[in-house]
Structure formats: structure tokens, C-alpha cells
Design a protein. Structure first.
Length: 221
């Protein structure tokens, strides 16, 4: 049986999105190419890996086994790639680092941190792209990006998280409101009030929803 990492990456993308179309998009393949690659995988293995439905796909028993073994392999490949990139940068070699970041990081603290880092590593070119935190995790796992800046509200899966900055949310209220007298305000205190947030700042929105849900659950206990 000959399956390469690109095959495994495509299969996991299909499983995670629940459709061949979505998996092809995540793996940056045309739908026809992804379908043909999947067909060859099933022919090579000798059994179906997916049940095809009108609204997507689900794994067969063989597909579940393949996914269970494929995920650690892909995670290990990503760790190896990151280790080699880090080694090359440490040795002063030229290279390009693809860094994805969420809206909050791109507009707040990342430019300043990148300026200092690039001054210390002049041989490294950084390509940045703005993305949602959830998509950043998927892109790193797929090998599209080497690193990313995400909110702690997302599940990093097998990726390692290292804190780079604090980006607190601040509540702004009119001076006459009772909450204006408090130095700190719990989410439970504003849970039933209308709170405005920047529509484009998905990171702040995700953090708000996570913290609000956590404090509401604690209040109900």
C-alpha cells in the first residue's frame, strides 16, 4: 500500500469538513483532482474509506482507522517542518516564514513585535496573512502556514501554544451607569445587556462568547 502525506492530508481535510468539496478546498486542490486522488486511495487500500451521502460524507470503519493513524503522522510532519525552519533561521540562513494572524493581532500588537524580530533576523522574509483563529489552526496543520497568532478561545489540536501577548477586552459605558464605577466587570454582569463589538474582529467576538458562556455557567452552579 502506497499512500503519501498529501493523500493523508486530503483525507483528513475531507473528514474534517464533511465533504469532498470542502476537503479539496482546504487541501488547495481542484475538486476533480481531489476526487481522483481519493478514488486511487480507496483502490490502493482495497476498501471504501467514505460513505457518500447527498449532503456530504462519513467515514467507513476503514476510514476511521486511517484517520486515527493519519492525524499523528501529519502532526509529526508539522513538528519536523517547524523544527527544521527554526534550525535554518538560527543558523542565519535565508528563508521565508508564512505567518497567519487574526484580526486583533494584526491591528494591535503584531506589527511592533514583528519589527523587532525581523531586525534580529534580517535573512528571514515574513509573509503575513489575516485569517480567523480557527482557520489559522487548519492552515498550519495543512502545511499552508508555518506559524500563526490565534485567540486562546480556539482548540489548537496537536499544535503547541506559546503566549505572545495579552489582548484584554475593555467595557466602555456612559459615566452615569453603575458599571462605570467598577474597576473590573464580570461578563455575567453584562450578559443580559446589549454589547457592541467590531463586526470585523472575529477574535474579540470569539473571546467574548467563550468568556460569557464560561461565567454564565459558573453563575448557574
Amino acid at each position: 500500500m502506497r499512500l503519501d502525506l498529501a493523500d493523508l492530508r486530503l483525507f483528513i481535510a475531507i473528514v474534517d469538513t464533511g465533504s469532498i468539496t470542502g476537503g479539496a478546498a482546504n487541501a488547495h486542490l481542484a475538486l476533480a483532482s481531489a476526487s481522483e486522488r481519493l478514488r486511487k486511495m480507496e483502490a490502493e487500500i482495497g476498501v471504501p474509506l467514505l460513505h457518500r451521502h447527498a449532503r456530504g460524507v462519513t467515514m467507513t470503519e476503514a476510514g476511521e482507522v486511517l484517520a486515527r493513524h493519519a492525524r499523528p503522522l501529519l502532526a509529526q510532519q508539522q513538528r519536523l517542518r517547524q523544527a527544521m525552519h527554526a534550525f535554518a533561521f538560527a543558523c542565519g540562513q535565508r528563508g521565508t516564514l508564512r505567518l497567519f494572524a487574526n484580526t486583533s493581532a494584526m491591528s494591535a500588537f503584531l506589527p511592533g513585535k514583528l519589527a523587532a524580530w525581523m531586525a534580529a533576523h534580517p535573512a528571514v522574509q515574513i509573509e503575513t496573512e489575516e485569517c480567523t483563529s480557527a482557520d489559522i489552526v487548519s492552515c498550519i496543520l495543512a502545511g499552508v502556514a508555518q506559524a500563526g497568532v490565534v485567540s486562546d478561545a480556539v482548540d489548537p489540536g496537536p499544535l503547541r501554544l506559546d503566549p505572545v501577548a495579552d489582548d484584554p477586552l475593555v467595557l466602555i459605558v456612559p459615566p452615569a451607569r453603575p458599571l462605570a464605577e467598577k474597576e473590573e466587570v464580570a461578563f455575567a454582569a453584562v450578559a443580559q445587556r446589549a454589547v457592541g463589538r467590531p463586526l470585523s474582529d472575529q477574535c474579540a467576538t470569539a473571546a467574548y462568547r467563550t468568556a460569557r458562556s464560561s461565567q454564565l455557567n459558573s453563575a448557574r452552579r
